[in-house]
Write a protein that binds this ligand. Structure first.
Ligand code: SF4
Length: 108
């Protein structure tokens, strides 16, 4: 289904067909925190939850098309519109290390 069709159905007040079958669509919104969590164990749990969802393919395709900025969709983690293998922990060292002997940032 194209984004235009999804938008048309949203405007008409209907969910796209695949959303009706979505395993996470329990009508309570209770899983939102899990699917948009920053915690690595929550993200793994959300990915696992998607594993046997009958709507996984269209869910993932739609998220890719919309370039979802974050969250788990179709069993994959999205960050800034891209699928990433895993979330980086805060405070991780930079990918590019400063050269030895280069001036270091000063802290007060
Ligand atoms: S694949 Fe995951 S996020 Fe997508 S509809 Fe299914 S349970 Fe929900």
């Amino acid at each position: 289904m194209s984004a235009i069709q999804e938008l048309a159905e949203a405007i008409a007040g209907r969910e796209p067909d695949w959303q009706v079958d979505a395993k996470c669509n329990d009508g309570t919104g209770a899983l939102v925190e899990l699917f948009f969590s920053e915690q690595i164990d929550d993200i793994a749990a959300a990915k696992g939850f998607c594993g046997d969802c009958p709507a996984r393919e269209p869910c993932l395709a739609g998220a890719q098309e919309r370039r979802e900025p974050w969250g788990v969709w179709g069993g994959e983690l999205f960050v800034n519109g891209r699928i990433v293998a895993q979330k980086r922990k805060r405070g991780r060292p930079p990918k590019i290390r400063p050269e030895e002997g280069a001036p270091q940032a000063q802290t007060a």
